[in-house]
Design a protein around this ligand. Sequence first.
Ligand code: SF4
Ligand code: SF4
Length: 289
Amino acid sequence: MVVCNLNCPSCPFAYICIPMIIGAFIALKRYSGRLQKKRIVSQFSFLFITNTAFIFGSTGLIYTYFYCWESPFALMACPIGVLEHAFADRTWYILVYLVGAIGFASVIFGRAACGWACPIGFLQDLTKGRKIKREMDRKVRYLKYVILALIPPACYITERLAYTEICPIGGLTATVPHLIINPYGYTFTEFFLPKMLITAGFFVLIFLMTRGWCRHLCPVGAMMAPFNKISFLQLNYYEEKCVKCFKCAKICPMQIEMPYKNKSTECIRCGKCVDICPTDALDFNFKWQ
Ligand code: SF4
Ligand code: SF4
């Protein structure tokens, strides 16, 4: 049984619980509204569950969000890592697991994992960032699809996990924790420096831009985004109730042109627009309801 002795420098769990405590303080100030209170519980729960290999061992299941399977206590496999292995090792059958896991979650919830489960999404809710010019945002949004499309050929040609070598999420959730826990046991490669520079760039991005990673660069978000159009969980807009105050557009972290683009592939189902709408002109429901 794990018992806290308040000796953080020597504790392998410190890299999880210290950010959780800091995150709790920031989140309590930032999250307001009915759905946001539920969302914070969900995000904390997933952050914890994501790192419970020290209880359950490594399960071989696949996260339906971005988290590195080389993280010290990663419970499941990274969807991008699975995609890379399929093409680098020619192990095509594992694509069935990937399509099954991402497809199942996305058909039901659309891109809700980004808003309610992903620890990287949670981090971006805490760093907050700013909005950018709409024209620029519209163009750069497609970059994540380009990155996703390039991963399979890059891995196939190089026969390596080409994206993992420079992945900033791997840098943040695996490289940094391993360096903290066991600095002398870490094996440095020629990709260490580029990966750390890209990880630093990731931090600049998420402090400058609201959900900058989700909106523009995340290949897992790119996998799930198209499902927003057909998922059971939908964000509904009732025009007859709307007073056109556009508070929903102002608060949307994905810079969606609300309320008219409620079916957008960018929607992470965070519910901030639903919480702020003064006339209940927006809500979530499942199609079968
Ligand atoms: S916040 Fe509600 S009332 Fe205001 S524009 Fe958006 S949907 Fe309409
Ligand atoms: S449209 Fe609403 S639910 Fe979707 S990302 Fe924007 S604020 Fe969140």
